[in-house]
Design a protein around this ligand. Structure first.
Ligand code: GRF
Length: 203
């Protein structure tokens, strides 16, 4: 299976997926890493490991649709079985999502459906939540929505600020995202409407 990963920054989730892919011998490989930010640190990391990288600066395109079309053109060169959004900080147009729906995953740093959008950790703290976490989901045209594949919950501790909470959540992201991607490339995911089941009954 061919995986393309989209990033906008450091790409720590990309690294975790790449490490698991090699260590666990997945029936898949990361064939390209693309970013909307030419300066994304994750591009250098991927290039050092011989993975194709492409930077498509969203500022060089007239509008969202033009950028998304340029992005899709580059993605399609790699004929991916799966497109992984990993710290990709762009809202994708409905046309783009439709093109990849069913083979497009994202990780969001909250327990969806709570706290879609930005600043999720601060919002969880401000709301007095005792649990926070991350969600891996199939991407649909509705932002931070879509069938949930896997979640991880962490405690919100007294004295937490957004930084301490995001670090605790990120550590769990690095566990659940590789596992969710492995399930996908191993054809162990069963999507029924808005629900996703794992074939072997794992929660
Ligand atoms: C993470 O909080 C992730 O939940 C969100 O982007 C942040 C950075 O991810 N999608 P990464 O380190 O670039 O993978």
């Amino acid at each position: 299976k061919r995986i393309v990963i989209l990033i906008s920054g450091r790409g720590s989730n990309m690294e975790a997926i790449h490490r698991a892919c090699l260590a666990e011998g997945w029936p898949a490989s990361i064939v390209a890493v693309l970013s909307n930010k030419p300066s994304a640190a994750g591009l250098a990391w991927a290039a050092e490991r011989g993975i194709d990288t492409v930077a498509i600066d969203h500022r060089a395109h007239a509008d969202r649709e033009a950028f998304d079309a340029a992005l899709a053109e580059q993605i399609d060169r790699y004929q991916p079985d799966l497109v992984v959004l990993a710290g990709f900080m762009r809202i994708l147009s409905a046309g783009f999502v439709r093109r990849y729906e069913g083979r497009l995953l994202n990780i969001h740093p909250s327990l969806l459906p709570s706290f879609p959008g930005l600043h999720t950790h601060q919002r969880a703290i401000d709301a007095g939540c005792k649990l926070a976490g991350a969600t891996v989901h199939l991407v649909t045209a509705e932002l931070d929505h879509g069938p949930i594949v896997m979640q991880a919950a962490v405690p919100v501790l007294p004295g937490d600020d957004a930084d301490t909470l995001s670090a605790r959540v990120l550590a769990r992201e690095h566990v659940i995202y590789p596992r969710a991607v492995r399930w996908f490339v191993s054809d162990e995911l069963e999507v029924q409407g808005d629900l996703v089941r794992h074939r072997h009954g794992e929660p």
